[in-house]
Design a protein around this ligand. Sequence first.
Ligand code: SAH
Ligand code: SF4
Ligand code: F3S
Length: 487
Amino acid sequence: MTRIPELTILQPADKEHIEIPRTSEDELAVGKKRLYIESYGCQMNFADSEIVAAVMRNAGFATTSVAEEADVIFLNTCAIRDNAEQKVRNRLKHLIGLKRLKPELLVGMLGCMAERLKTKLLEEEKVVDIVAGPDAYRDIPKLVEEAESGQKAVNVFLSREETYADISPIRLNSNGVTAFVSIMRGCDNMCSFCVVPYTRGRERSRDPHSIVREAQDLFDRGYREVTLLGQNVDSYKWLGAEGVEPGEQPPMPQAPGPRSITFAGLLELVAQIHPDLRVRFSTSHPKDITDDVLHTIARYDNICNYIHLPAQSGNSRVLKLMNRTYDRPWYIGKIDRIREILGDDCGISTDMISGFCSETEAEHQESLSLMDYVQYDYAYMFSYSERPGTLAAKKYADDIPEDVKKRRLNEIIACQLAHSAKRNQRHIGQVQRVLIEGPSKRSNDFLSGRNDQNKMVVFPKGNHQKGQYVNVLVTDCTSATLRGEVV
Ligand code: SAH
Ligand code: SF4
Ligand code: F3S
């Protein structure tokens, strides 16, 4: 997924019809070399691109949102499913055309696909000059220099410590209201289907002081929402013993020990920055989310009532094969606990995979029945895509035919659409507090923003502006959006 519109690079005649807003002061910088960066995959990749932009700015590069203007083009890639990689390969085909017009252009592959394929990428895709894995971003200026001198440049070293804690990201394509803040990197879970532990390395948590500082700075600059990011935020843990400059270390009153801090403690610290700073987080792992976290959400109005708690499957045998380390009753127990502590109003979403190795029809039905039980507000739904090198690829046959995977996926999607519509209808007649993010996608006469539960709300513009909180009376909805007017 990319937030930057696909550019019709090979048809320059169309160019004048593409209007791309110049988003940063960088765009106006003259005489500097320019970097264009495009992000695919999860929010963490989008956040990483902002780190890369900061590293490159230090090296004298300005960013541009127009690929044709760039001296260096980076694709920050995803490897989670085969189609994510195919999308990037198609994009590379377009870049071949661009490089023909501008032979000195450098093309770099960053992120998870770069890490997965390493030097193989250089053999397979001749247009690529630079390959940098997720922990090698500090090294990028050096890699660019090497590439400028005509060599191919690669760094795919994975680190146990790197968190880029000291780098202030440059917000790309930002609405100026909401921002991502990475709180950890990597993943130590070994879900058998998943490539992330191989592409992002071991789990490590970022120094809480640098997280709070970044969030405070965003608030001071007018941002009103931060989303704390990690593959498994509930296992965030900072022991604080190493790598801390003594003068910088104020005591952490909320932490369980004098220097250690858990995710619940971190959430609280960020929530205390200001009541007008909304705090979201993603992703929670059902095995790790604690009552402590749920109680912290309940205590603070500005911690959003929304939890992304991916189930993947509703069947205990499949969950075991997936190595998710919980079963159906455990997952249901967590949902019940969320409802007990945060009430029925708490938004809950999931990720579901259809057609995992050896999944039977009856087991697939259990995914649907789990969805019926939870009544998710939203879901990200996928059909299983075998990833080379994962435990599942080594141990289990990818034996569900493609058409069966697709049919099951369609059933999952249909089920979710009904639940989303139902969950959205509950809001009709209610007044929702909405943080305005900007004009609605469809019309400049309307604004849009999200409510506490992460649902998009669209309403007539009036005199309101992005960054403001407004109370919206919901009058109508679809399965995707709530509509209403400010009261
Ligand atoms: N850390 C998060 C997930 C990150 S990956 C978690 O544990 O929930 C995002 C989602 O992609 C996963 O939740 C899963 O649903 C999906 N996914 C991962 N690997 C996949 C694969 N091989 N095939 C299909 N979907 C996959
Ligand atoms: Fe992948 Fe599992 Fe880690 Fe999520 S928790 S990133 S699905 S290995
Ligand atoms: Fe993709 Fe890597 Fe994120 S594989 S989903 S970009 S962690």
